[in-house]
Ligand binder design. Structure first.
Ligand SMILES: [Zn+2]
Ligand SMILES: [Zn+2]
Ligand SMILES: [Zn+2]
Length: 181
């Protein structure tokens, strides 16, 4: 870490303190913006800088090569276990090392948005297949009665559609761009 204060690339104001989301991701918001709980919108500058967390080394071994697995997040909040020997050769633009990846089932992430139906917070849900939707945090599924419970609000997001603010400033997700298999 350097002492140099980081400034917002959008408005030049200093970035705020590092905060951690419930899902464990870290971010810094621009001090030029503020959350208005009445309108449920960020006023002023909406820049958010996501901090790339160090991959967490897991107490599990890669089934392919025996090296430790690490827990990694993609830019959209998907979680995966991947082999700690895997990497990305920037010059050759190809994956190097062991290619073992195990996606972790759908993830949810709290959103700074209120449900238009009931006013409760929305969550961002990512399916195993990487589809994303905003849904109401009160929604659930009654396994016995086989009916949805709580608020039915769901909004599917088109692939690539941004959620929250500042995602466009993230570096490209290298591990997802490799289509060789
Ligand atoms: Zn700003
Ligand atoms: Zn491996
Ligand atoms: Zn709702």
């Amino acid at each position: 870490m350097s002492d140099k204060e980081e400034v917002c690339p959008k408005c030049g104001k200093p970035l705020g303190e590092i905060t951690t989301t419930k899902s464990g991701r870290q971010l810094q918001r621009c001090t030029g913006g503020s959350w208005n709980p009445e309108t449920h919108q960020t006023e002023g500058c909406v820049f958010v800088k996501w901090i790339q967390a160090e991959p967490k080394v897991l107490d599990e071994k890669c089934p392919k090569c025996g090296a430790p697995l690490v827990l990694a997040f993609t830019r959209f909040g998907k979680k995966m276990k991947k082999c700690s020997t895997s990497g990305w050769d920037k010059e050759k633009k190809q994956a190097i090392g062991c290619d073992y990846i195990e996606w972790i089932n759908g993830t949810t992430e709290p959103l700074d948005e209120a449900c238009p139906t009931c006013g409760k917070p929305l969550v961002l849900y990512t399916t195993v297949g990487g589809k994303r939707m905003k849904k109401c945090s009160t929604s659930g599924w009654d396994k016995d009665q086989r009916v949805a419970t709580g608020c039915p609000y769901i909004e599917w997001l088109k692939p690539g559609e941004g959620v929250g603010n500042g995602e466009e400033f993230l570096p490209p997700e290298e591990t997802e761009s490799s289509s060789n298999q």
